[in-house]
Design a protein around this ligand. Structure first.
Ligand code: 13P
Length: 253
């Protein structure tokens, strides 16, 4: 059985006090209402992690994640955050390779491979993001493009390491646009990702990996997306900023 994961990516939103209120609301509602087999993850701005950690620490349902991590252990990297630091504040997940970071911070597949490896070595669960632009999809190259992202960032891991990675398929054209991939488009890509993982790591590993969908997921479209056989959860941006909407998605399984 694959883990069902609903992760909220707050991106660069919420002051500390706003973030703490949102986290408290999510924890309170999730503890009562989210089914026991669904894990909820809050990926907050790094500066909020330590204090949100205190809010989620007694919850069986909600855990904490960072939005990025350095590929370096420690040292003179002003403004960066190490895997040890993320771990030390009680976070257990980290988003790696979000398309916004690939675009605005020029993160490369090779750099992301190093981040995934270091995060795993430090006991964090990477949520590795992949996904194509509209141009790439319209050229019919989306499957090859995503496969190449997986190959260059993940395929040097051992099967045991890979089994600890969560993947998020986030088509760039669906992020923050209100345009969601259709359930067929999502299923097609998730299945292709799983097939590609099976080819490199074996069917058993591939069958155990949670593949999340991200891109304008909302309470009114979540159920159909989450009903697809290879969609194991969601990585939610905008709708994770409202506790009721976010929890409604987690409950729509
Ligand atoms: P939206 O849900 O706002 O489209 O964002 C998706 C996303 O990028 C999550 O990482």
């Amino acid at each position: 059985m694959r883990k069902k994961i609903i992760a909220g990516n707050w991106k660069m939103n919420k002051t500390l006090s706003e973030g703490l209120s949102l986290a408290s609301e999510v924890v309170n509602i999730a503890n009562d209402e989210v089914p026991a087999d669904v894990s909820v993850v809050l990926c907050t701005p790094a500066i909020h992690l330590a204090q949100v950690s205190a809010i989620v620490k007694d919850s069986e349902t909600v855990s904490l994640g960072a939005q990025n991590v350095s590929e370096h252990e420690s040292g003179a990297y002003t403004g960066d955050i190490s895997a040890d630091m993320v771990k030390s504040v009680g976070a257990s997940f980290v988003i790696i390779g979000h398309s916004e970071r690939r675009e605005y911070h020029f993160e490369t597949n090779a750099q992301l491979a190093a981040r995934v490896k270091l995060a795993l070595d430090k006991g964090l669960t990477p949520i590795f993001c992949c996904g194509e632009s509209l141009e790439t999809r319209e050229a019919g190259e989306h499957v090859d493009f995503v496969n190449n992202q997986l190959k260059e960032s993940l395929f040097d891991l051992s099967a045991e390491e890979m089994s600890k990675v969560v993947i998020a398929y986030e088509p760039i054209w669906a992020i923050g646009t209100g345009i969601t991939a259709s359930s067929d488009q999502a299923q097609e890509m998730h299945k292709s990702i799983r097939t590609s993982l099976a080819g490199n790591f074996g069917a058993e590993v591939a069958d155990g990996i949670s593949i999340l969908y991200g891109g304008s997921m909302k309470p009114d479209n979540a159920q159909e997306l989450l009903a697809q056989p290879d969609v194991d959860g969601g990585l939610i941006g905008g709708a994770s900023l409202k506790s009721r909407d976010f929890i409604a998605i987690a409950k729509s399984y």
